[in-house]
Design a protein around this ligand. Structure first.
Ligand SMILES: [Zn+2]
Length: 401
């Protein structure tokens, strides 16, 4: 699988090299298809990747450009050997022959490899559960620090959801709590790693730093050092997996309970970028802002919103976004902004003499978010992505970035 993964990555890189060198008029899907076929004929090791998977690389690459042109993503880049997540596509479901052999295990056919066992974690439409409307249509193999994983692409026929009867709720990306809801509920989580695991992580990190400092310039990374790197990556991947599990459970519970969920539209990429500033205008308090950004990215706010969007849609609910500025300063009771009302990260006390509301600052922000929605300040389209402004002076978007 590693061989196939590397071949897929190299196919991408060759394709990218070819594509960006070519004059614009010659960049067509048909030409790209021909070049991939030729590459597979002439380079033996590229042939390690099954033909259909190579076609899938082309499709993904083309989609990456489309996402860029439509302002959803940055331009595609070369995939570096160590920083890229390896993945292989199996575009056709009928080649997979998925069978459940045990409560916890299934078997699947991987092209060029044969029969492989995998851990059964979700109901899949196979055997008597499969028909023309409910079936597996493909799969993707992805490798992370814990090993190879398989994700199945499935089509299922589900009835259109009726309107969601649940109440409305605002959510703030909290600073003291991960998620604060406007009705005072909060969603919290423990640390992702146990004390023991954290100690082990620190131990390996110190060990890696020590070995790295002994290494001479230009010397290859020793086997021992790369093993330590692997161990660090495994512990971090475990933490990430737990975080994603929590995110899924929390967003499912919210989508089950509430019919309309309102969130702040935070453009995290912009926030991370703006702190640093430019060479001419360096940003102020970069470290503090980076810390804040880290915590937002750490809690993975964008992903939370993404999960809520599709989970609510499936249940007939609605996700709305309102503009974020000032939600943490505005009082949710009297809707005025008074200086110093946000006492600290956790506490909010309204300085308006006629009001004097006090409570959790994150709950306050969530209530303000809901209020903004109710007074008609929802952004359209909800849960959409910010459109990246292009350079207008005739510079190609790819080079402009
Ligand atoms: Zn107030």
């Amino acid at each position: 699988m590693d061989t196939q993964g590397h071949a897929a990555r190299t196919t991408w890189n060759l394709l990218h090299d070819w594509w960006t060198m070519l004059p614009k008029a010659k960049r067509t899907l048909a030409a790209a298809d021909a070049v991939i076929r030729q590459g597979r004929r002439e380079l033996d090791w590229l042939g390690a990747l099954p033909a259909q998977a190579a076609q899938a690389v082309l499709k993904t690459y083309f989609q990456a450009w489309k996402n860029c042109w439509e302002g959803r993503a940055q331009a595609p880049e070369f995939k570096a050997r160590f920083r890229t997540r390896m993945s292989i596509d199996i575009p056709q479901g009928r080649d997979l022959h998925v069978v459940r052999v045990h409560r916890r295990w299934g078997m699947v056919d991987i092209p060029e490899l044969g029969r492989v066992r995998f851990c059964w974690t979700k109901d899949l439409p196979v055997g008597r559960h499969a028909d023309k409307d409910n079936k597996i249509t493909g799969a993707r193999l992805v490798k992370d620090a814990l090993g190879w994983h398989i994700a199945f692409r499935v089509t299922t026929l589900a009835p259109a959801p009726g309107p969601h009867p649940g109440p409305e709720a605002g959510i703030g990306a909290g600073i003291t709590v991960p998620l604060a809801l406007s009705d005072g509920e909060t969603a919290e989580h423990g640390p992702w790693l146990s004390k023991k695991e954290e100690a082990r992580l620190l131990h390996h990190e110190q060990r890696a730093a020590r070995r790295k400092s002994h290494r001479k310039k230009g010397e290859r990374t020793s086997r021992r050092l790369s093993k330590t790197y692997d161990r660090i990556a495994r512990i971090r991947a475990t933490a990430k997996r737990r975080r994603e599990d929590w995110q899924h459970k929390t967003t499912t519970a919210i989508a089950d309970t509430y019919g309309t969920v309102v969130v702040e539209a935070l453009h995290i990429t912009n926030m991370t970028k703006s702190a640093k500033g430019t060479v001419e205008q360096p940003g102020r308090q970069v470290a503090q802002k980076a810390g804040l950004n880290r915590s937002i990215l750490g809690e993975a706010w964008g992903r939370t919103v993404h999960l809520l969007a599709y989970k609510l849609a499936r249940r007939g609910g609605l996700l709305a976004e309102v503009s974020a500025p000032g939600t943490s300063q505005e009082c949710a009771q009297c809707h005025t902004v008074t200086p110093g009302s946000r006492r600290n990260q956790a506490e909010f006390v309204c300085n308006n003499p006629a009001c004097g509301w006090e409570g959790n600052a994150d709950t306050n922000a969530a209530r303000t978010v809901l209020h903004r929605y109710r007074t008609g300040h929802a952004l359209v389209p909800a849960a959409g992505r910010a459109v990246v402004r292009r350079a207008s002076n005739g510079v190609k978007p790819a080079t402009a970035r």
